[in-house]
Unconditional design. Structure first.
Length: 519
């Protein structure tokens, strides 16, 4: 099952294990996935003298990991191949206290102070690129807090269970039987939701302000680039971010990174982290910036955990998020017929009818992806012609089960209370309305700038993008913006990286010219 090169990598990862780990499986002898799981676990266990397997009979398909013969609170109800294979390996490493995803002391303290018994069930798909981040974050929480039990449940293997819950998007996270979250999320976002739901005994302590030369807000390509360029200039740098990677993590294939013919979002995120770690940059991950104050030109940043960071220069690189339609029914049916990731959630719509709202590149790419799964795909474009690249339009035109409706406005998303059943549309040319019966809708209408906390600080345009000059300078001295959060056109990874570098160089130039604290 595992190629020799992969086994060699596992041996390298596991060579420093301090404790002994056992994959303890309880399997129905007639389960169709039993043989595949047993083979996988045995092959992984064979890669280290510190790992072994115990295979016993049970009612279904489940295994846990024992640490020095003591059961953990992580339970896999899947054959963790595909994107979840890394979750299996990382669970072992995290239990041994190893892994770059282990949070800092402040986040760890919050996790340990969650109240009550918490039973988390994550419904996932092995093809989902967003699921591993959620699974791995929840695994870490269950390792740090013994009152948390985490089950990773494959919706394909446990189809009856997923259908009973009407799960149509992954990851879907349930806590004590109630839906907590659907879709991609960082550890910080999940922790905040758990604190709100279960309560917390965490008592924040007063922390001294920390001083830096540059504070970078955001951990995507622009933010990482800005941090690296600043650190290379010998500046003391802090990065405040939900996570490293940003929107890049949601990108399946990347084929326009010059000099890198093909990569994936996950690999690029890993490379960003690796490169950032080469420099003495202080990373405040799983946090948001809640407030920015100016005192005599100094930028005072307050994080969501109460930390106070001070610097004469602030580079805003908080990126953008998927835009929503903001129409009736959209919020009601997220995860039950309304989705934003065709690659992750497309498999739930096999032989079903779906619509893609948006005729730009992301919309056309989603339609192409869905055409091989759904029975019928309808692309809805607000303008009178598609906006996507011609090469994508040519591909769409060759697909027999994809139809295009241009010049239409989506008025509402309707359902029966549990799932989406139709859309209400208006023809913008003659104002007639129609109902489009379907099973799901994928919203692909572009991005909106993550500039909310900075809108009172710097000048923005009507869509919320921060206005900058050719040097990434905003209207406020010592404050810069780079990447998708700014007005710079063409929201591309390579452009964001270049803009982040430019912002860092501008900040350095202003520093050596004593301009950062000018009024």
């Amino acid at each position: 099952m595992l190629e020799q090169a992969l086994k060699d990598q596992i041996r390298h990862l596991f060579e420093g294990l301090k404790s002994r780990y056992t994959f303890h499986a309880e399997l129905n002898p007639s389960h169709p996935n039993r043989t595949e799981l047993v083979e996988l676990l045995n092959e992984v266990a064979s890669c280290s003298g510190k790992t072994d397997c115990q295979i016993g009979d049970g009612d279904g398909l489940t295994f846990t990991i024992l640490k020095d013969a003591i059961p953990s609170s992580i339970h896999f109800r899947t054959v963790p191949t595909g994107h979840e294979f890394s979750s299996l390996l990382l669970a072992v490493l995290n239990m041994d206290g190893i892994g770059k995803n282990i949070p800092d002391d402040l986040i760890s303290s919050r996790i340990k102070n969650l109240k009550g018994q918490i039973h988390i069930q994550s419904y996932i798909s092995l093809s989902c690129t967003n699921c591993p981040d959620v699974v791995q974050a929840l695994n870490v929480m269950s390792i740090l807090n013994s009152n948390i039990r985490h089950e990773i449940i494959d919706g394909a293997i446990n189809q009856d269970e997923a259908e009973k819950l009407n799960i149509q998007a992954v990851p879907s996270v349930y806590v004590n039987g109630e839906l907590l979250h659907v879709g991609r999320a960082s550890l910080g976002e999940l922790l905040a939701k758990l604190e709100e739901k279960s309560g917390s005994e965490y008592q924040p302590s007063e922390t001294d302000a920390k001083n830096y030369d540059v504070i970078v807000a955001g951990g995507g390509p622009a933010g990482v680039s800005a941090a690296i360029y600043s650190a290379r200039k010998g500046l003391k740098v802090a990065v405040v971010a939900d996570n490293i990677g940003g929107q890049v993590a949601e990108t399946v294939g990347i084929e326009n990174m010059i000099s890198v013919p093909q990569t994936t979002g996950g690999q690029l995120v890993a490379n960003l982290k690796t490169h950032l770690n080469e420099y003495p940059v202080e990373l405040f991950e799983n946090r948001k910036i809640e407030r920015v104050d100016l005192v005599n030109g100094e930028k005072q940043i307050r994080t969501s955990l109460g930390e106070l960071l001070l610097a004469p220069a602030l580079i805003i690189a908080t990126g953008a998020s998927w835009r929503r339609l903001n129409i009736p029914g959209e919020s009601d049916y997220i995860g039950s017929g309304v989705a934003f990731c065709a690659h992750c959630d497309g498999p739930f719509y096999k032989n079903k009818r779906v619509a893609v709202v948006g005729g730009g590149n992301s919309g056309l790419e989603a339609a192409i992806d869905l055409s091989g799964i759904a029975s019928e795909v309808t692309v809805l474009e607000y303008m009178n012609e598609l906006k996507g690249d011609q090469i994508l339009q040519n591909k769409i035109a060759a697909l027999p089960n994809v139809k295009i409706l241009t010049g239409v406005e989506t008025l509402s998303i309707d359902g029966d209370g549990t799932k989406v059943t139709s859309l209400q549309l208006r023809n913008r040319n003659n104002s007639t309305t129609q109902q489009l019966d379907l099973d799901g809708v994928f919203v692909q209408i572009g991005l909106t700038a993550n500039s909310q906390v900075f809108k009172e600080l710097v000048e923005v345009n009507k869509t919320g993008e921060i206005i900058v000059d050719a040097h990434c300078r905003t209207n406020l001295v010592g404050v810069y913006a780079a990447g998708d959060v700014s007005v710079v056109p063409y929201k591309q990874i390579v452009i964001a990286m270049g803009e982040g570098s430019k912002a860092a160089l501008s900040a350095f130039e202003d520093k050596i010219k004593d301009k950062l604290l000018a009024n």
